[in-house]
Design a protein around this ligand. Structure first.
Ligand SMILES: [Zn+2]
Length: 689
């Protein structure tokens, strides 16, 4: 282990705002720094466990919070670089550290001595004098230990470990089977198979063929990004059918790569795991730590959206059938026809050229728009700080202030590069807390936008601009955080609540108040024409019956298979059929993810198991929350913004998410605002558009 003073990750940071001294940090520093920081936490927790004084909040919970300081610092730097500027050395360290960090955490959360101290404090309840926030933190620790299996007898713990190991192996095999099915298939296209495909789809098909060792030819593979454009544009109904059938049978081919037996075993093991931990079903176990709390609550909300979505999908189906009939096509709309005829209808009704919109959306203007919104809502100002050295020369740094007071630093890392992962995300180098005096956060937004060409500014598509607002919403959740304990700081909230601040923020981008001011043509400086603005906003509700229905089918089957108490082996095919029949899924629509290739739920750690509903749950929340501003008649209404700040953006996990929402909105969310946003309220409003 390198001596502490030589390792910049472990020393004192004397940089402005105590930003990590990136220029002094090399890959070789991470292994010893992780080793040192984990050992430091272990020793600190051994001291907590060995304490002969009776458990108190300070000598147990606060001591545990303090124990992670060094490790949090090393992790913050490492995982930022692993995602944004990784080389082979960093990637090798990541593979090596991931299991060690998981084992480190598991050892802590199943430590019986620590658990006894927490359990003692917890059992004394109101007799221990605690603030509301302290009570919440104690509650969270106690729950985390219980959910890891602390307090169970040795047999049960051994069984839980065996289940976790078997689930990890099954999850890996599940993902590999889907990948194998995707890799085994390629649809080669001859010249007359390209009918209807626009240039960008042909280019992609040429690249796909090249990658599959078919240079000079065209091909479609089974990845979503290859399949969907083909289904959308190909005039060849026979090829659409062939491709679609292969696509929806991934993991369901009845051979070596068949995932149905794996699904059965995973569902049974998860039910057993939940039973050992004292829950009625795996869905109950997952949701007990979510805003929804119970599978019934999650399903109840989906049910309320389902009726409207299904009705709209049936109306859309009829419109598409009308198009087929009008063209003299003598057949019934099939699942492989939907995207093709929807695209035709979209062009007829909402012809919108992406490049027309893009010319008005400059990256720098959209950053300004996000800052302006934060200024109007929360009084924040953003000051460029070129004296702060970021981790990569392309990264911009701003100091965030309110009423002249420093709130934190915001790092904007906007452009794609070879060393960066794809996608967009928010992360922190340091979380806000006040454990031993005020610590202000260092918050990073990472994007993968393209740079502008020769002397041209970088331009964004509308979805890119939405992503920028989304991640900035997460950033504000971290920047505005005002809590005492790191465990409940900023975005450390329930999985079905964490997207509220981000998705809610997207609503301001859609507003004429913002677009008129910030969407300006990059050459002429003219604002976006009102007519283009109106078409842009109207096009958003197109085909939403299909999209919502396709999604909800998967969300329902996920809850249905995991809500069974017994853990009896579930036949994936029968489960899918039962769910389809229960909800009367339109025949022309296949679930977005069928169980044999439902990777969110069964691949890897299955992070969305019994949790796929949360995408829609969050959208219900954000639509309902924005409704508070609409009801006030001002999207910057100061009183509503104040409540939003205090109850949501600044509150971290200081209270139960449902209580926090109730405090902000005065009522729990209903689906009406979401139905309106997706255009699902009046069955034929879009047909008339
Ligand atoms: Zn998000």
């Amino acid at each position: 282990m390198a001596a502490t003073p030589d390792n910049p990750l472990l020393g004192v940071w004397t940089t402005p705002f105590e930003v990590p001294p990136f220029e002094r940090i090399a890959a070789a520093h991470f292994r010893p720094a992780f080793g040192h920081a984990m050992a430091e936490q272990r020793h600190a927790l051994e001291r907590v466990a060995a304490d002969t004084a009776a458990p108190s909040f300070d000598n147990t919970v606060a001591a545990m919070e303090r124990s992670r300081a060094a490790l949090a610092r090393v992790e913050g730097v490492f995982f930022l670089l692993a995602g944004t500027d990784a080389d082979d050395a960093v990637m090798a360290i990541e593979r090596e550290m991931a299991p060690l960090l998981a084992a480190h955490d598991k050892a802590i959360f199943t430590d019986e001595t620590l658990f006894r101290r927490l359990d003692d404090l917890h059992a004394r309840g109101a007799a221990v004098d605690l603030t509301a926030e302290q009570r919440r933190v104690l509650e969270r620790y106690h729950l985390a230990f219980r959910r890891a299996g602390a307090g169970l007898d040795a047999d049960a713990k051994r069984r839980l470990t065996a289940i976790a190991e078997r689930l990890a192996a099954l999850g890996a095999a599940f993902g590999q089977n889907v990948l194998a099915d995707e890799q085994a298939y390629v649809l080669e296209l001859d010249a007359d198979d390209l009918a209807g495909l626009p240039g960008f789809v042909r280019d992609a098909a040429r690249r796909a063929a090249q990658e599959r060792g078919l240079p000079g030819k065209h091909a479609v593979t089974l990845s979503r990004s290859s399949v969907e454009p083909f289904l959308q544009f190909s005039q060849r109904r026979d090829l659409r059918e062939k491709l679609f059938e292969a696509w929806v049978l991934r993991g369901d081919g009845g051979r070596m790569t068949d995932n149905k037996p794996l699904v059965a075993e995973m569902v049974a093991l998860r039910a057993e795991q939940a039973r050992l931990l004292g829950y009625a079903s795996f869905a109950h176990y997952q949701l007990a730590d979510a805003m929804a709390r119970t599978p019934d609550a999650a399903r109840g909300l989906l049910d309320q959206v389902w009726a409207a979505a299904r009705g709209r999908a049936l109306a859309e189906r009829d419109a598409l059938q009308g198009l087929i009939d009008a063209e003299g096509g003598n057949f019934r709309l099939a699942p492989w026809d939907w995207r093709y005829y929807a695209e035709k209808l979209r062009r007829a009704r909402h012809d919108l050229d992406e490049s027309d919109v893009k010319a008005y959306l400059q990256l720098d203007d959209m950053i300004e728009a996000a800052f302006y919104t934060a200024n109007r809502l929360f009084g924040l100002t953003f000051i460029r700080r070129d004296d702060v050295r970021p981790y990569h020369p392309e990264v911009r740094v701003w100091e965030v202030r309110r009423d002249g007071r420093h709130l934190g630093l915001f790092f904007g890392d906007y452009f794609a590069r070879a060393s960066k992962r794809s996608g967009a995300w928010m992360t922190t180098l340091r979380d806000q807390h006040k454990l031993d005096g005020e610590v202000r956060p260092l918050v990073v937004n990472v994007m993968n936008f393209s740079k502008g060409g020769d002397g041209e500014p970088a331009l964004l598509g509308f979805d890119d601009a939405r992503t920028l607002f989304h991640e900035f919403g997460h950033a504000l959740h971290a920047l505005l955080s005002d809590v005492t304990y790191p465990m409940i700081s900023g975005t450390n909230v329930a999985a079905d609540f964490v997207e509220l601040p981000s998705q809610l923020y997207e609503h301001w981008l859609d507003r004429p108040e913002i677009l008129r001011r910030f969407a300006r043509h990059h050459r002429t400086g003219e604002p976006m024409p009102e007519e283009l603005l109106a078409r842009l906003i109207a096009s958003r509700t197109f085909n939403q019956g299909f999209m919502t229905t396709e999604y909800l089918g998967s969300a329902f089957v996920d809850l249905d298979v995991h809500a069974g108490p017994t853990g009896d082996a579930v036949d994936a095919g029968a489960a899918e059929a039962a769910t389809r029949s229960r909800i009367a899924m339109p025949e022309e629509i296949v679930m977005r993810h069928r169980p044999p290739h439902f990777q969110h739920v069964f691949a890897g750690g299955g992070g969305y198991a019994a949790g796929y509903y949360s995408y829609l749950w969050s959208e219900v929340l954000d639509a309902d929350a924005f409704g508070a501003f609409e009801a006030a008649g001002d999207v910057f209404d100061p009183a509503v913004a104040r409540r939003l700040h205090d109850c949501i953006y600044a509150a971290g996990n200081t209270r139960d998410p449902a209580d926090a929402y109730l405090a902000f909105r005065g009522a729990l969310p209903g689906p009406q605002a979401l139905l309106k946003k997706r255009g699902l309220l009046a069955p034929d409003s879009n047909a008339a558009a």
